[in-house]
Design a protein around this ligand. Structure first.
Ligand code: SAH
Ligand code: SF4
Length: 429
């Protein structure tokens, strides 16, 4: 979501006559996009500001956007760090105005107000992280209020974008040569557009599965979507994947914990059993669907027994990837009121233990791929070997292979010949 915000901000700034540079030293204005999901991410902001303006001094104009901007607001101006303007998560459509005020000498420019009704969600081709892959927000914010999480506070309430607008953008992206769209949101399957959503002609048990079918019907080569919220993961989503080849073989379904007691304390709205039912439905698909997850270790009160449940679940699910995080108390969330009673050391040990199990899962998932043929979207020339192309499968695994005349942007049939740590290697067939 942050990458997507940055892409839209750079689109806006270019259209307002600013020039974007990759060379920080030549920049007059530096705009830092920030994350506050864990404490460590938040600290990075202050480190970066200190590098750009040591001791709060220097010629550059420095602005902060993103979740830290939204949450910290005015306090970012304290301690004379050298921050000149602050733009909240829903004010990104007015960042050019904040910059102009700062440039004309106004101090402490701040805009934390709401998104304008006519906010433009499009990204110019040149501002996209890849010419062939596009991120498309379909829902912003979050209403779930998991007890550990800051996102509902930093990103506000859930708001779905009109389906007709999403479909229009996908058609436009397809026309300009984009091969893969990622429908993104904190919880994409909570998608709920207003009435007259433009989805009436599509089947589906939920607005999200109707949207998937509508986007699939555009004929764009590939559609991925992330993140899915387990409680609301309707089996019809898998039905839609089974029906449309261009919906990709990948579901990101964060479990957070394998203990019902902890899941309840996290207020996730799912149990181990209800989660496993979703996994089983995905596994029953005739397609080989990759499943990835997020896990928090060391939530307040997590015992060895709770953690054993998580290890068991991670083994049972055999995830293709798992993003593991040490619990980090976020001021203002309900969990931050609880004693952070799992020591750092225990958090670290649990993290490493889980990482070890996941390494085995990954090795199994990668070696299963050897000998099979996949469609790989060549996204770039591989950094390590100039002659090789690198891209993703439909199930979101990275594959490197000799291009033999193929160019980035092509979807190639590749037979996997070897699996190494995180990457697959193959040959075109
Ligand atoms: N909406 C997604 C998650 C978005 S946040 C979902 O509900 O699954 C991305 C991940 O960051 C979460 O899945 C969680 O694993 C992690 N995370 C969020 N808050 C955290 C905290 N306070 N400490 C540690 N990890 C956290
Ligand atoms: Fe955070 Fe829960 Fe919302 Fe995900 S669903 S963003 S974890 S509050």
């Amino acid at each position: 979501m942050n990458v997507s915000d940055s892409e839209r901000v750079s689109t806006l700034l270019e259209s307002e006559g600013f020039e974007i540079t990759a060379d920080e030293s030549s920049a007059d204005i530096v705009l830092l996009n920030t994350c506050s999901v864990r404490e460590k991410a938040e600290h990075k902001l202050y480190t970066r500001v200190g590098q750009i303006k040591p001791g709060g001094r220097g010629d550059k104009i420095v602005g902060v956007m993103g979740c830290v901007a939204q949450l910290e607001g005015e306090t970012l101006f304290e301690k004379d760090r050298g921050i000149d303007f602050v733009v909240g998560t829903r004010a990104v459509g007015r960042v050019h105005k904040a910059i102009r005020q700062a440039v004309s000498g106004n101090a402490k420019v701040i805009d934390l107000k709401d998104r304008e009704d006519d906010y433009d969600w499009t990204v110019a081709d040149k501002s996209r992280h890849s010419p062939y892959v596009a991120f498309l927000p379909i829902i912003e914010g979050c209403n779930k209020f998991c007890t550990y999480c800051i996102v509902p506070f930093s990103r506000g309430r859930e708001k779905s974008l009109p389906a007709s607008e999403i479909v229009r953008q996908v058609l436009e992206l397809r026309r300009t040569g984009v091969k893969e769209v990622h429908l993104i949101g904190q919880n994409v399957n909570s998608y709920r557009p207003g009435t007259e959503s433009g989805l009436e002609e599509f089947r589906g048990a939920t607005p999200f599965s109707r949207l998937l079918r509508a986007v699939a019907a555009t004929g764009i080569e590939r559609i991925k979507f992330t993140t899915s919220f387990p409680r609301d993961f309707h089996p019809d989503i898998v039905d839609a994947l089974d029906e449309y080849e261009n919906l990709c073989n990948w579901v990101h379904l964060p479990v957070q914990s394998g203990s019902d007691r902890i899941l309840r304390a996290m207020r996730r709205g799912h149990t181990v059993e209800s989660y496993m039912q979703r996994i089983e439905r995905i596994r029953r698909s005739p397609r080989e669907i990759a499943i990835t997850t997020d896990i928090i270790v060391g939530f307040p009160g997590e015992t060895d027994e709770d953690f054993r449940g998580t290890k068991e679940l991670v083994r049972d699910c055999g995830y293709d990837a798992a993003y593991i995080f040490k619990y980090s108390p976020r001021p203002g969330t309900p969990a931050a009121e609880l004693e952070d009673d799992v020591s750092d050391e225990t958090k670290k040990t649990r993290f490493l233990e889980l990482e070890e199990i996941q390494k085995e899962n990954l090795a199994r998932s990668l070696s299963n791929a050897v000998g099979k043929v996949y469609n790989v979207l060549a996204e770039k020339t591989s950094e390590r070997d100039g002659g090789h192309l690198s891209g993703h499968t439909s199930c979101h695994k990275v594959v490197n292979f000799p291009g033999n005349g193929a160019a980035p942007g092509e979807i190639c049939r590749v037979k996997i010949t070897e699996a190494k740590s995180n990457t697959l290697f193959g040959e075109r067939v």
